[in-house]
Ligand binder design. Sequence first.
Ligand SMILES: Cc1cc2nc3c(=O)[nH]c(=O)nc-3n(C[C@H](O)[C@H](O)[C@H](O)COP(=O)(O)O)c2cc1C
Length: 211
Amino acid sequence: MAAELDSGQFLALLKRRRSRREFTRQDIDQPKIERALQAAMRAASGANAQPWLYVLIERGTLRDSIREHCERADEDFHKRSPPWLKQFFADHQITPVKQFTETAPLLVAVFGKRDFPFWLQSVWLSIANFINALEVEGLHSLTYTPSLDKQFNKLIGVDESYSCQALLPVGIGNPEEELQPRPRKPLSESVKVLGSDGKLREFEPTLPFEP
Ligand SMILES: Cc1cc2nc3c(=O)[nH]c(=O)nc-3n(C[C@H](O)[C@H](O)[C@H](O)COP(=O)(O)O)c2cc1C
């Protein structure tokens, strides 16, 4: 039987995973992506409806049109963003230019079937499994969420009852990419306890936590 991850290894894996925005053109082995997809399928979902559809987009002629769609959608989104988000984009050098849509060996479009209960929550749980499983396989990804309309469905050939939730470049990240720190808030900030006295109080962590 394969060795199982212990809790420390699992936490280290989650900490190691980073969004990557620059990809090499290096191809990826099918078993790696297949295992990550198996992990995605294992997600919990409302009524076990599994309302997701993963479309693996290989490099080819459609990539240019996809890039155009994404960049147009992102330009609009950046223009409409509130000042704090504009600042986040500026601080983290996130621009509407989507080079990775061209370079990554795979672009994975994740759709949700809108007519199932809790479809949105379920799709996102599945994406979480997917990106963490990619990390186990030594692959990198970006959870990229352009606001894509039905024209995108048409371009890809996917029924309009599905909504594209994320487009993830998957491959080997450029080792030269400079990753900005993305510290996590401590548990004391994001966790509360509702005590047996009915009062909400601070959670007091006992374990070390590296942001
Ligand atoms: C729901 C969601 C939407 C996101 N959308 C985008 C996006 O459109 N463009 C982008 O560059 N990063 C996007 N990200 C990546 C986040 O910026 C990133 O996960 C966050 O800054 C933490 O960094 P890390 O993933 O490297 O730990 C998204 C992440 C999530 C979970």
